[in-house]
Design a protein around this ligand. Sequence first.
Ligand SMILES: Cc1cc2nc3c(=O)[nH]c(=O)nc-3n(C[C@H](O)[C@H](O)[C@H](O)COP(=O)(O)OP(=O)(O)OC[C@H]3O[C@@H](n4cnc5c(N)ncnc54)[C@H](O)[C@@H]3O)c2cc1C
Length: 238
Amino acid sequence: MMQTFQAEPARSFPVHALKADLLVAGGGLAGVCAALAAARDGLQVILIQDRPVLGGSASSEVRLWANGATSHQANNNRWAREGGIMGEIMEENLYRNKEGNPVLFDVVLLDMVQAQPGLTLLLNTAIFELEKAGKDIRAVSAFNANNQSWYYVSAAQFIDASGDGVLGYLAGAAHRSGAEGIEEFGEKMTPAENADHKPCHSIYFYTRRTANPVRFTPPGFALKDIREIPASAASLLI
Ligand SMILES: Cc1cc2nc3c(=O)[nH]c(=O)nc-3n(C[C@H](O)[C@H](O)[C@H](O)COP(=O)(O)OP(=O)(O)OC[C@H]3O[C@@H](n4cnc5c(N)ncnc54)[C@H](O)[C@@H]3O)c2cc1C
């Protein structure tokens, strides 16, 4: 039945207060695996993801496949496999989504998370603030712009799987950005000197054979000269 609301001087969006044993910030593959593992161990888990889908960089929104073990850059480790929950996800995806449709991969992740007892998922919800007691994080505040609701979520433990370190940043933790020089850890692929390197951009696209030529109108922001792309980004082959 239709509801009627009288005029008021002003209103605020509703606030939902939730409590969990563990809060996982970010629903990319790291957050999904962490949340599933903890809920399977009997914890009450809340997983907060700011996007409408799970999967982060591996979701249909970005389409960076979870294939690090098998084909990172020029390595072709065709017999290597991701194990653990990641392996389960890949197997389920292979069974349901043999053609590798990225949208169906989102659905595989969503199905696994929604079927897991003890795991509450908040999609479209961005964490923007946290509360500390001394050095400990106690709660986060988040906003869902789709259902226009605030969330105040307290928990005993927190995992930052946001890819951007949002909990660490908001908690005021010391941090650095860029790439360390090779002398620090001796990793083979690091630059000689520490540098302001960040992960580069990726362009993934599909091709389809058509019967006739197809017109393409480039967007106004398309580069006229491809050499304007920074060299480090252009040289990364996945
Ligand atoms: C250009 C590029 C190339 C890469 N190449 C490779 C490769 O060759 N091999 C490989 O193994 N890996 C590669 N990676 C890394 C790969 O994307 C990651 O290994 C993996 O997908 C990251 O998963 P994640 O869950 O840690 O982070 P993400 O996938 O980044 O997930 C984090 C999630 O947290 C959400 N989030 C962020 N802030 C908030 C907030 N405030 N509130 C709520 N949610 C939030 C984000 O929207 C995102 O969905 C590459 C990454 C990039 C960017």
